[in-house]
Design a protein around this ligand. Structure first.
Ligand SMILES: Nc1nc2c(ncn2[C@@H]2O[C@H](COP(=O)(O)OP(=O)(O)OP(=O)(O)O)[C@@H](O)[C@H]2O)c(=O)[nH]1
Ligand SMILES: [Mg+2]
Length: 239
């Protein structure tokens, strides 16, 4: 019998063994080291008045599509540069360049997230212009990128209506870390079982301070509100 819930399945509840104290210490050290580098990146962004935003999501929620549209719609506005994070390929960086912005691709190999050191190296190469917007598209993953500060001004979660409205409850760390949540692909609402009101309730439960904007990066819904949010953040930075 399962020792946890009493069901008849002996292997129903399998927990990871308690982690060795040395492993936890290593994890704390890695994060502390990352935080120190992130503070350096943050100071560099502040000095150059670069608005750095860390876009995080599960794979395929529409981060690159949203950035592509933003670049095209804001042509003539603030300069936009992009750091792309993927385990492999240059595909997203190529899409960004085709949309008209400078982009640098980081391939993380087996790693599931970008870290502050990778951003520090990328900044040397990309050198975003003073007063510009820097989008960092993180590796598609709702878990690890929540832990790693990159020095960004804010994390922006791009969720989508094809992922299920319970995601804020299942991945609370990511949604807690986000200042803004863009709920993408709302053009698909007629075709999927997704309850936007329930999503908003779940988000408010894990992070009442997060702003929620419903968008469609392909059809254009809600993009004006996203651009207003961006302009407000740029105005804050310029003082
Ligand atoms: N219907 C619809 N499809 C969308 C929307 N935004 C993105 N897509 C589609 O979703 C798929 C994934 O989009 P991407 O922009 O590549 O997603 P991503 O988050 O960058 O993906 P990864 O970088 O692999 O994590 C593509 O087929 C897009 O065309 C949207 O607003 N509506
Ligand atoms: Mg992408």
């Amino acid at each position: 019998m399962c020792a946890v819930c009493g069901c008849s399945e002996t292997k129903h509840h399998v927990f990871a063994p308690a982690r060795d104290a040395r492993m936890i210490k290593l994890e704390v050290d890695v994060l502390a080291h990352n935080d120190r580098l992130a503070a350096k990146n943050r100071a560099a962004f502040a000095r150059d008045r670069v608005l750095a935003l860390n876009l995080v999501s599960s794979p395929g929620s529409g981060k690159t599509t949203l950035i592509e549209r933003t670049i095209r719609d804001l042509t003539g506005g603030p300069e936009i540069a992009v750091i792309e994070g993927d385990q492999a390929t240059e595909l997203d960086a190529e899409r960004i360049r085709a949309a008209g912005a400078r982009a640098l691709q980081i391939n993380t190999g087996t790693a599931c997230h970008l870290d502050a050191k990778m951003i520090e190296g990328a900044l040397r190469e990309l050198a975003p212009a003073p007063g510009s917007v820097l989008f960092v598209e993180n590796v598609g993953n709702l878990v690890c990128p929540a832990l790693f500060d990159l020095g960004e001004r804010a994390k922006v979660v791009v969720a989508s209506v094809t992922e299920g409205e319970e995601k804020p409850l299942k991945y609370p760390h990511m949604f807690k870390a986000a200042e803004l949540v863009l709920l993408n692909k709302i053009d698909l609402l007629p075709y999927v079982a997704f309850d936007p009101a329930a999503f908003a309730t779940h988000l408010a439960r894990v992070h009442s301070g997060a702003r929620l904007v419903a968008v469609s990066a392909t059809r254009g819904d809600g993009m004006r509100e996203w651009y207003e949010w961006l302009r407000d953040r740029l105005d804050e930075l310029r003082g």
